[in-house]
Design a protein around this ligand. Structure first.
Ligand SMILES: [Zn+2]
Ligand SMILES: [Zn+2]
Length: 172
């Protein structure tokens, strides 16, 4: 495993303008809250590929890539789910008077890798975290897990009370 890295000193690389470097770093990933539930990241650290290039304006262009799996309840059926996510994030940090472009994760040429990885993972979340893409969810009538019950699970239509009344009428 590469060294665990929470922050990375970009200046230490001493890249000249236009030069780039690709690094593999281990980044810690915190549990995240989503839809009122907590999802832990498994494993809690990922091997990330960090591409760093020195821009021609004394800044840095950065790209961060890693894969991570979350573990928590499926948002449809509540069974354990372990959706896998791929993160591919980019940042530019370019100090200067004319074309200033600052990254919130870079201060004094030090990259806050931990915070960037956390936010990038949150941005990579799908709309719903599911046990599987076609999770059938729970029956809206009785709450049965429809993945286990199968597509034939059905309920007799509850008798409409208005029709029950009609049934009491007697026609001579
Ligand atoms: Zn599910
Ligand atoms: Zn049901």
């Amino acid at each position: 495993m590469p060294a665990r890295t929470d922050s990375f000193d970009l200046g230490r690389l001493k890249l000249s303008s236009g030069e780039g470097r690709r690094l593999e770093l281990e980044v810690a990933l915190d549990p995240l809250r989503f839809g009122g539930e907590t999802y832990v990241v498994t494993p809690p650290a990922a091997v990330a590929v960090l591409d760093i290039s020195r821009t021609t304006h004394h800044g840095h262009a950065l790209r961060l890539r890693f894969d991570a799996a979350l573990r928590g309840p499926c948002m449809r059926c509540l069974e354990p789910a372990e959706p896998a996510l791929s993160v591919d994030a980019r940042e530019v940090d370019q100090p200067g008077d004319v074309e200033e472009l600052r990254s919130p994760y870079v201060a004094d040429e030090v990259l806050d890798l931990h915070a960037w990885a956390r936010d990038a993972l949150a941005l990579a979340l799908p709309a719903q975290l599911l046990c599987r893409e076609d999770c059938a969810g729970l029956c809206p009538v009785c709450g049965t897990d429809l993945n286990a019950a199968g597509p034939d699970h059905a309920h007799e239509r509850a008798p409409d009370p208005r029709w029950a009344k009609l049934g009491d009428l007697k026609f001579d």
